[in-house]
Unconditional design. Structure first.
Length: 216
């Protein structure tokens, strides 16, 4: 309950930046997903990939070995359209990612901890040249500044239906800090609702907190 009260401080009428298009992958654009496990980043990335699977196969480059194909199918990606490649070797990773960008319609790539910025910049240039949407998800840390057209950094997770420590779980509310050129030079908090269906709902734009971070 306290989390919900604090979140209200950041509400604003700037819902125009919370267009559903914000979660749609664009040709040649890079989306950065940043944050610790448990904030819904994998789920968000899979739903974004699903928006492109009608145009051809989509790929998930799995560094941690965590991806469950059924989770991808439940997010709306057809089994026959999903390519999963597991590679945790930082030496081979950039080559594998480049091959995927040249062969599929969109790529979600977990980024190993020891990848150099120069390698990432080459991938970004290749994605732009091939007009292939690319999602980059660092397993540790952040992406270099200015690399992502849209960066969504996880700030908070709120669970509906369990406010008193018990009850029936209704939905999950994910709070992200959105920045990059896609935000027209602004930094804002956005809220995404996840009720377990294929689609995620982008429900509001939230004003950035004075500290630049959401509480929680």
């Amino acid at each position: 309950m306290a989390d919900a009260v604090q979140l209200e401080k950041y509400k604003t009428l700037a819902d125009d930046v919370a267009s559903p298009d914000l979660l749609s992958l664009q040709p040649g654009r890079v989306t950065g997903l940043v944050g610790h496990p448990g904030f819904g980043l994998t789920r968000l990335g899979l739903v974004m990939l699903a928006s492109r699977e009608q145009l051809g196969p989509v790929a998930y480059l799995d560094v941690r070995g965590w991806l469950s194909p059924p989770a991808a199918w439940e997010s709306g990606i057809s089994p026959e359209r999903l390519v999963v490649v597991r590679c945790d070797d930082p030496v081979r990773w950039a080559r594998v990612a480049a091959h995927l960008l040249e062969g599929v319609g969109a790529v979600y790539a977990e980024v190993p901890a020891r990848i150099k910025p120069a390698q990432l910049h080459k991938l970004v240039a290749l994605a732009r040249n091939r007009k292939t949407p690319l999602i980059l998800r660092p397993v540790q840390g952040d992406l270099p500044n200015g690399m992502a057209h849209l960066k969504l950094e996880a700030r908070q997770v709120l669970w509906e239906g369990t406010e008193q420590g018990h009850g029936r779980l209704g939905e999950r509310r994910l709070i992200f800090e959105a920045s990059g050129k896609a935000m027209r030079g602004m930094t804002r908090l956005v809220e995404v609702k996840d009720d377990g269906t294929n689609a995620l709902r982008l429900v509001s734009g939230l004003a950035v907190a004075l500290s630049g971070r959401a509480t929680g």
